[in-house]
Ligand binder design. Structure first.
Ligand SMILES: N[C@@H](CCC(=O)N[C@@H](CS)C(=O)NCC(=O)O)C(=O)O
Length: 208
């Protein structure tokens, strides 16, 4: 398999950490969405990452579809999410909040880096959406005593939240001081100390 995209993307990093936890080998092509758009285009007309090229040449786009396939490859015994029922729905909701937050944090980067004249209305909206999600995640995490979100084993929810917290902290340090959300800061620190998170990391590089 070939994984296209840089690890400073919370979506790419999330997929790469899952690949590592599932012990699935892959070639990494750390192409930048802007600088390497022409290289990405033949694989994904959206010129977005992550893009995953399977061994038979099939190409998967969008992290949710990619992870769905990786879960299938890993099988139910190793899957990083419950197979069914309330536990699965809850984990999917935490993942949706984290990835929605990532969408907003990425959008905010583009608004500030790529527009000569920014829209304060859009910036304010993104900031309040991000803060609202951080509040909701903080409330959920604070009520859970286990060392990780759903127990002692790393799952998709842990990965999604940790990846977006790191991205948000690096991309918008002045806007989101994570000490405002202590249960999340502790969660991120716990995840970032684990070997796969340490191995798969890249400091945020703004687009230009
Ligand atoms: N829904 C997508 C979002 C991926 C995404 O936003 N990737 C960013 C990099 S962090 C990207 O490719 N941006 C370039 C663009 O959207 O034009 C997913 O989950 O894979």
């Amino acid at each position: 398999m070939i994984l296209i995209g840089q690890y400073d993307s919370p979506f790419v990093r999330r997929v790469a950490i899952a690949l590592r936890l599932y012990d699935l080998s892959y070639e990494h092509r750390p192409w930048s969405t802007f600088g390497d758009a022409d290289r990405i285009a033949p694989y994904n007309p959206l010129r977005r990452v992550p893009t995953l090229v399977l061994d038979d040449g099939e190409i998967l786009i969008d992290s949710a579809a990619i992870l769905d396939h990786l879960d299938e490859l890993a099988g139910p015994a190793k899957a990083l999410i419950a197979q069914s029922g309330p536990a699965r729905r809850h984990a999917l909701k935490i993942c949706a909040l984290a990835t929605g937050l990532a969408d907003k944090a990425v959008s905010l980067v583009y608004e500030r880096a790529l527009h000569q004249q920014t829209s304060q209305q859009w910036i304010d909206r993104c900031v309040s959406q991000i803060a609202g999600v951080l509040d909701a995640l903080q409330a959920d995490r604070a009520g859970r005593p286990a060392s990780l979100w759903f127990g002692e084993a790393v799952g998709h929810a842990d990965i999604a939240v940790a990846c977006v917290l790191r991205f948000t902290g690096e991309a918008h340090p002045a806007l989101f001081d994570l000490t405002r959300w202590p249960a999340l800061a502790a969660h991120a620190a716990r995840c970032e100390a684990l070997a796969p998170f340490q191995a798969i990391a890249q400091r945020f590089i703004p687009p230009n």
